[in-house]
Each structure stands twice: as structure tokens, then as C-alpha cells.
Write a protein of this length. Structure first.
Length: 191
């Protein structure tokens, strides 16, 4: 039996992004446990701001189609979700909106398991953004989101020089999330 395919992505493309660090750490821990990991940057898939008139005139951007095909091929997806003003990043929301407009056969979100995490320099650890992301995925897209989420508060001082999390409690939460993703990915493989 093959290992589960898990896509890892950060909702931030900023250099030295804390959520980029979280995504890289999740990808590393999944790979150590023999998951087939694909880590991507949304910077490699630029798209205009969603506009229905633009869609009518030019169609859905090719990058949205590429991302949909990539999502369809995964058993599980991990999103590191930065919090912007108690919500999700415009980049992440725009990406989801465009992917949802792709009319090619198959589902990118339904029948897919998502896992969420956030890292923030603040004390809430991105939790307010995670709640918004969960609502968009579950209610808006019909996606199954794992109940475990990892929230990394005061993240500027939590990641060490090797990209690991120095806080044992948060590191343990991340291990539990990685384990839940692997189990969910294996279940998806049997469907």
C-alpha cells in the first residue's frame, strides 16, 4: 500500500513567514513518518483578485486549474493560516475562491481532509483566523476539517535555528496533529 499523499501550504508567501516555518516543520515531520509530502508556495501560483466580470471575460486562471488538480490528487491537506485582522489572509481566500470556480470534473474540497495550524507573534497564536478558515472550509466548501488544530503563540521566540518548536507543549500538539493527518490520509486512501 502506498503512503498517504499530503499537501502542505502556507497562506503567507512573505520571506521569513512564521506560517511558512510552521508549514516547513509539518512537512518535515510528515516526511519522517513516510508520508508522500508536497509542499507548495502560493507565490508560484499567482492569480488576480477574484472578479466575476473578469472570470466571464477571461475564464478561470490556469493556476487555479493547476491547484485544483493538485488538490484532487491528495489524501490530506495542511494549511498554515496566518491571521490578518482576526481573519484569514486575502491570498488564501482568493486562492480558495478561484479554485472553487474551476468547472473541471472532480472535487478539490469535498471528500478531502484538511488540517489547520497557525503561528503568530501575538498571544492568540492565530486562533481567530483558524476559526474563520474552518468556517470557510467546512460550511462554504463542504470539507472535513480535523478537530485538532495547532496554534503557535509568540512564534517569534518559539522556533529554534533548526526550525523546530522549542515549546514542548506546542510541539506535542503538533505531533498529535501530524498523527491525525496520517490516520485521516490513510482512511481517505481506502475510499
Amino acid at each position: 500500500m502506498r503512503n498517504p499523499k499530503i499537501l502542505v501550504c502556507s497562506g503567507s508567501v512573505r520571506a521569513a513567514s512564521l506560517n511558512g516555518k510552521l508549514a516547513a516543520l509539518v512537512a518535515k515531520r510528515l516526511a519522517i513518518l513516510d508520508a508522500e509530502v508536497t509542499q507548495l508556495s502560493l507565490k508560484d501560483y499567482p492569480m488576480p483578485i477574484y472578479d466575476g466580470d473578469l472570470e466571464n471575460e477571461e475564464g478561470v486562471p490556469e493556476n487555479a486549474k493547476k491547484l485544483k488538480r493538485l488538490l484532487q490528487d491528495q489524501d490530506c491537506v495542511f494549511l498554515a493560516c496566518p491571521e490578518y485582522n482576526a481573519g484569514i489572509t486575502p491570498l488564501l481566500k482568493n486562492t480558495i475562491d478561484w479554485i472553487s470556480r474551476v468547472k473541471d470534473p472532480g472535487e478539490a474540497f469535498r471528500n478531502k481532509v484538511f488540517a489547520l495550524g497557525a503561528a503568530s507573534p501575538g498571544g492568540f497564536g492565530g486562533m481567530r483566523g483558524l476559526i474563520g478558515m474552518r468556517t470557510i472550509l467546512e460550511v462554504g466548501m463542504g470539507t472535513m476539517v480535523l478537530p485538532q488544530m495547532v496554534s503557535v503563540p509568540k512564534a517569534t521566540s518559539v522556533f529554534d535555528d533548526k526550525g523546530e518548536i522549542s515549546d514542548e507543549r506546542i510541539s506535542g500538539q503538533l505531533d498529535k496533529l501530524v498523527d491525525a493527518m496520517l490516520r485521516a490520509g490513510r482512511l481517505e486512501m481506502t475510499r
